[in-house]
Design a protein around this ligand. Sequence first.
Ligand code: SF4
Length: 211
Amino acid sequence: MKKYAIREVFGTLQGEGALAGSPAVFLRFAGCNLGYAVCPWCDTDWVKARYHLDLHDTRELVKRTAVETFGGEVPGLLLVATGGEPSLQLDRPLSEALREAGYRVSMESNGSRTIDRSLVDWLTVSPKESAYVQREGDELKVVFTGSAPGPAPDIEAVRRLAEGTHFRHFFLQPLDLPESGPNYTATLDAVKRLGPPWRLSVQTHKVLGIP
Ligand code: SF4
């Protein structure tokens, strides 16, 4: 029987992008196909699975989390499949079980793998390499890496990442380094110079001190 490798499940508000402020259950899968060599500044701990659960027990863990945080599985509640790289694990049985329970299923992917769009109601792509394959979705969220390793050192590189893509929203988000914090000034300046449709995405969960 298939087991999902899960790092953590928690209820909170979505902090980033166009759905910021939405109550959400985060389902963080373990494992990433890129890893810390590609993104040395990665701010998530996805390496070791805390749980290996089958479909039934994964649903139970999500349900318990929704009950504890929101009082129940409120219809339309956001389920954010994240990681690591969630496309390595989110499959049709899990997506269907979540939708049957009333969730809007959202995925945050690094875009290095083709995503089956029928599995998700909302797709965020945040590319971590200049070449990426999933070039269509609901929002493109680029981390403005500046002089740190990454695909977005300057606004020309940001424009190239968006070239020929099909997204509804385009976000530039500050890189948050442990030693210096978010590069707000450089990112604000870049958004001003990029102009529409680019917008600033702030990691509001960090500002608010919530998960
Ligand atoms: S792709 Fe995402 S989860 Fe994987 S190492 Fe890079 S930032 Fe972290």
